[in-house]
Design a protein around this ligand. Structure first.
Ligand code: ARG
Length: 585
């Protein structure tokens, strides 16, 4: 039996062919196959309903005609039936489940199957992108964690991914910062905690400038010098950015993030001239009070609130830099798609940016990349307000990860007091950081979410600890038998799943492909989280119902195969979310 990784894609193709053979108007039929409620089978196609409506014909006979023309291996692999007004239900037969499980037995097999989805495409993912000289706080968590998961998902499904940290390393804050740096730098403090020192300096500069207009002028002069390329100020600026980046790197390492590029805002300083010129040549921008602006007359708000692309003093701003960045990403990286993993509160900025870029590209005859604001909501404290410390300050990301690790240590120690201290510490870092990542990813990214240590670091519910534990438990099954996980010898001669629990877990496993597709199409990792959670639950049911290590070699082989595949998919899935996994826990 020839088997595709993505059974839904395969079913859709077969249905389209069958529809043509059944005489449906070409192009009038979208198969619309989805994973279905397990009580009705594995997959369901509802496309006939819309096609029949359009054609003004009764749907049920049409569905029956399509089914009658279904051909190929899938015909054998599935039990097919027509239900209700004209739904087509597909239930995988055990032989097909077995064939899929045998075809996809390693991470490479899965990757090869999945990579058809985005092969040949280049996606630039703009994420994390914090501002230099400031601590990363809890508000920076989501972009980093979601951006990393989305990048991994896209790479796994075949895209060439350029991970770009669009650092905020240029802006008016440097005037006050450099002013203060020159007068009050504490080298010792800089050594110990550079960002804390920069924050202190910035605050001091700001207070002084607010109290004294002469200081304000001096700070402005420092900024003008920096922008004019003054060597001393440039050197300080570089020092500030370098120290900031190396502090950020500490966080990225813990979260498993590695960027391909860190092209901050300053990288585009010499690239904004083209933006001004092209926008005005194309007739997209106009002058308003000395500034260069872009109105969007078709938009309810942007017809009166223009996007300012060049300030009246001639300076570039956030929007200008973002336009120059699009140019660079399409020309240099040849991006087909650019994702911006940024707080939803910047929605207006991106809407305006995309409108402008699309008009600009259309006018200049370039092909417009797909531009997507992968937006996300706010992390809220128990009081429903943005999460802060008790004193109302932002929570530093580093402190948050430290606390997670401490809390995980208590959990691990309670669960496995006999593990050596050093191992418990190592496990805690993986469980703690993983819990923070997972709690973030498991929420629909568009909504705000309530941050709760109790829910997050727990062995119960849809949590990292639950999944990491489920995975470690499967590893121990193999370890106790002296087997490598996925050892081909262990599953040699495995036959079709037979018991209800075996069939149920096999049916869940083959739906991994669909989950990947759903998560990448929507750029929503929570679909993958939910799937992994359900898979782990299904595994527990199977493990409680059916003894794995039994005398009968055929039964044992097929149950070990189900264990091995569950482990493989849990491990691959958690890896795609950015989590590290454990041997034991
Ligand atoms: N530095 C910005 C901030 O902290 C985020 C940048 C997002 N990326 C972009 N291309 N605008 O708000």
């Amino acid at each position: 039996m020839h088997l595709a990784f993505d059974l839904i894609g395969e079913l859709e193709q077969a249905l389209a062919k069958a529809a043509a053979a059944a005489g449906l108007e070409p192009g009038s039929f979208e198969p619309g196959v989805r994973t279905s409620d397990p009580r009705h089978g594995d997959f369901q196609a509802n496309g006939v309903l819309a096609a029949a409506k359009r054609a003004g014909k009764p749907p049920r006979p049409m569905a029956e005609a399509v089914v009658a023309h279904l051909q190929g291996d899938l015909r054998e692999g599935f039990e097919v039936s027509v239900a209700g007004p004209g739904f087509i239900n597909f239930s995988a037969r055990p032989a097909m489940l077995l064939a899929w499980l045998k075809a996809f037995r390693s991470r490479d097999d899965l990757a090869a199957g999945a990579s058809a989805a985005h092969k040949g495409e280049t996606w630039v993912v703009d994420y994390s992108s914090p501002n230099a000289a400031k601590q990363m706080h809890v508000g920076h968590l989501r972009s980093a964690v979601i951006g990393e998961a989305v990048s991994r998902l896209l790479a796994f499904t075949g895209a060439r991914v350029v991970r770009d940290n669009h650092l905020g390393d240029w802006g008016t804050q440097y005037g006050k910062l450099i002013w203060a740096y020159k007068r009050m730098i504490d080298e010792g403090a800089l050594e110990r905690d550079p960002i804390a020192e920069f924050e202190r300096l910035y605050k001091a500069g700001n207070t002084a400038a607010e109290a004294d207009p002469a200081v304000m002028d001096e700070a402005r002069a420092e900024l003008v010098k920096l922008q004019g390329g003054d060597p001393e100020n440039l050197a300080l600026w570089e020092r500030i950015n370098r120290a900031s980046l190396s502090a950020f790197q500490g966080i990225y390492d813990r979260l498993g993030i590695r960027f391909d590029e860190t092209l901050g805002e300053s990288f585009y300083n010499d690239k904004v001239g083209r933006v001004y010129a092209e926008l005005s040549e194309a007739g997209i921008s106009s002058q308003s009070d000395g500034a260069q602006v872009v109105f969007h007359p078709e938009h309810p708000r942007f017809k009166t609130q223009p996007m300012i692309v060049r300030k009246s003093d001639g300076a570039a701003n956030y929007a200008t830099t973002d336009l120059a960045t699009i140019l660079y990403r399409t020309e240099h990286f040849r991006a087909d798609c650019i994702l911006y993993v940024v707080d939803k509160r910047q929605g207006d900025h991106f809407e305006q940016l995309f409108l402008t870029a699309r008009k600009w590209y259309a006018k200049t005859g370039r092909s417009v990349p797909r531009l997507v604001h992968v937006d996300f909501g706010t992390v809220l404290g128990e009081n429903g307000k943005p999460l802060k410390t008790r004193t109302g300050d932002n929570i530093r990301l580093r402190d948050l990860l430290d606390e997670a690790t401490e809390r995980a240590y208590l959990l691990v120690t309670q669960k496995s007091p006999d593990f050596p201290e050093e191992e418990r510490r190592r496990i805690s870092e993986i469980v703690g950081v993983g819990s923070v990542q997972y709690a973030d990813l498991t929420q629909n990214r568009a909504s705000d979410y309530l941050f709760s240590w109790e829910k997050m670091i727990s062995l119960e519910g849809n949590t990292a600890a639950y999944l990491l534990y489920a995975l470690a438990r499967i590893r121990s099954i193999f370890r106790r038998q002296g087997l490598e996980c996925g050892d081909p010898a262990a599953e040699a001669g495995a036959g079709v799943p037979e018991t209800p629990a075996e069939v149920a877990i096999a049916r869940k496993l083959v739906k991994f492909a669909d989950t990947l597709r759903l998560s990448t199409e929507t750029l929503c990792p929570h679909f993958l989280c939910l799937y992994l959670y359900e898979l782990a639950g299904e595994f527990s049911t199977f493990y409680n119902a059916d003894k794995v290590i039994v005398e009968d070699p055929a039964v044992r082989a097929r149950r070990l195969m189900l264990c091995a595949r569950t482990l493989l998919i849990l491990e691959t899935g958690l890896g795609l979310l950015g989590l590290r996994t454990l041997e034991r826990m």
